[in-house]
Ligand binder design. Sequence first.
Ligand code: SAM
Length: 301
Amino acid sequence: MIDSHFSVLKNEVLDWLKPQAEAWYLDGTFGRGGHTAAILKTGAKVIALDFDQKAISAGMVKFKAEIAQKQLCLIRENFTQLDQVLRQLAQTQLPDLKLSGAVFDFGTSIEQLKYDNRGLSFDQPDQPLDMRLDDRLGVTAADLLLALPEKHLAQLFSEYGGEHQARSLAKAIVFERQKHPEKLKTVGDFLSITAKVLPPRHGHLNPATKAFQALRIAVNDELTNIQVALPKVLPWLKSGARLVTIAFHEGEDRLVKDWFLEWEAAQFGNILTQKPVIASESELSLNSRSRSAKLRVFSKN
Ligand SMILES: C[S@@+](CC[C@H](N)C(=O)[O-])C[C@H]1O[C@@H](n2cnc3c(N)ncnc32)[C@H](O)[C@@H]1O
């Protein structure tokens, strides 16, 4: 049986998407396939994308039956390429393809954070500071720390992480790399620099949290990807179809909000969530990660 209990806002995604049996939906961020599984259970069909080969390989095994029955097309691709993928499917196997809805659950999965040895977790200081979700990408987080000019490093920490000490941190990294470039290789190396510069934070948060997130966003070009992909979905949606997005940090949410406002102004459809939908108390008690999730919905005319 396919389990999907770990997916953030799963019930809310279904409530807003309202999947119809036999209709096609896009899951742009397959991950462990939790949202995909929930949509498939309604009798609907899914085209799912993820740029992480590990996610796709695991999905191929877990969803073997659904793939064989042609209920699921699971494809390794960056969601910025979704128009090419859909066009190719329409030309080869799914003539007259139109989507009855689409969902994007941005960011990273728990597997990627905790178990995949990509240097995405503070708990594993010995791991290389890689951070690539798609191993075809050429540049790792360590590469960025070694190569970016100080000013660009400061911009990265400030714009992607909202880190108030961005300039001091950038300065400390450049100082360290001039003396010991060999000491900028692992998660622990980065944490030892941040510990010198960043003041302790309230609660249990590691002081490096914002800077760490900023590096991951930069390595994977996460904000540009969202900016590029969202307008590509709209032409594929049927009239009345809904686009559901889940953002985990402010930068992502702002991009979604801005596109939705622009589309509404252009009379392409309506924003159905004037305020973002957030996790219920019961979900929060089971999964603290859902605390920062914001779900928004746009309905196409
Ligand atoms: C939060 S997880 C999705 C979890 C999924 N909804 C579930 O229920 O299991 C985000 C996934 O999106 C993928 N991802 C992030 N950016 C992507 C992009 N530009 N193109 C394709 N996949 C992407 C990540 O590799 C990750 O597996």
